[in-house]
Design a protein around this ligand. Structure first.
Ligand code: SAM
Length: 253
């Protein structure tokens, strides 16, 4: 089975289980507040994205890239943006439609692979919001190239991704509080553990990418990175030592 199909099924099951916080839609209060201009969203796990990273939301053509789950999409729509949510998991997209219907919001959903945005014309968005999700694909440079193509000149790409140091350590040992450097970067769950084991653990396949591909890849695609921050993982031993998420704000000149 190809990784994209494996991860689609894995994410659909995450939605059904209801245990993964990234599949739980926002409650009505969040939408009520967003309609009044009071909103915040996450690109990473804990720190809200600074509000001055966003242009005025009214009428903003916004693409949520690998951003299903009924969280940021409905929040942006309630804040006035013209929202398209793109994701590989039909169940994650159904979450966005569920909130849209519940709240009388308009959200367009498109199912696909983040490396191929051929569903969209060149320069069709003002802002792309890409929360931590490129850990689910083995090659990320095509994502930056496609994001650049579908963004208008002067547009903004906001992206969250993993610091590769997260993938260095043996996860079973880390759960026991031991930091045992074991994996090489780039890291592949599939090559290291195999799909059968991941299926048994009922989780999607993950990949750890170099900073050259994460940051250099954005710049090579044509973006100018203008801001960044780091954020910490919850309940991970490594967080006692370093923040393991990175968020970047990039401009298409
Ligand atoms: C951690 S969730 C991100 C969405 C969530 N709303 C958030 O705030 O982080 C990761 C998302 O990436 C999606 N995904 C995984 N592989 C993908 C791919 N190849 N193309 C597009 N989306 C993908 C998953 O279906 C999932 O909805």
């Amino acid at each position: 089975m190809d990784i994209r199909s494996f991860n689609r099924e894995a994410w659909d099951r995450q939605v059904q289980s209801g245990k993964n916080p990234w599949t739980v839609p926002v409650p009505p209060e969040v939408i009520t507040r967003a309609r009044n201009g009071d909103w915040s969203v996450l690109l990473t796990e804990n720190k809200p994205v600074p509000r001055d990273w966003f242009p005025p939301m009214q009428g903003l053509k916004l693409l949520g890239l690998a951003c299903g789950g009924g969280q940021q999409g409905p929040t942006f729509a309630a804040a006035g943006a013209d929202v398209t949510i793109f994701d590989n998991s039909p169940a994650q997209l159904a979450r966005d439609l569920e909130v849209a219907e519940r709240e009388g919001l308009s959200i367009r959903t498109v199912e696909g692979d983040m490396r191929d945005l051929s569903a969209f014309a060149d320069e069709s968005f003002d802002l792309i919001f890409h929360p931590v999700s490129n850990l689910f694909i083995h090659e990320i440079r095509p994502v930056w190239k496609e994001a650049y193509r579908v963004l208008r000149h002067g547009g903004t790409l906001l992206a969250g991704f993993m610091n590769p140091v997260f993938y260095l350590f043996d996860w079973e040992d880390m759960d026991k509080g031991i930091l045992n450097a074991k994996h090489k970067i780039p890291f592949s769950d599939v090559e290291t553990y195999g799909l059968e084991r991941l299926r048994g653990e009922d989780r999607p396949a993950e990949f750890g990418h170099s900073l050259t591909d994460q940051i250099g890849g954005q710049m090579d695609a044509g973006f100018a990175i203008v801001n960044m921050y780091e954020d910490h993982h919850n309940q991970v031993k490594l967080s006692e030592y370093i923040e393991t998420y990175i968020a970047t704000r990039a401009a298409k000149p």
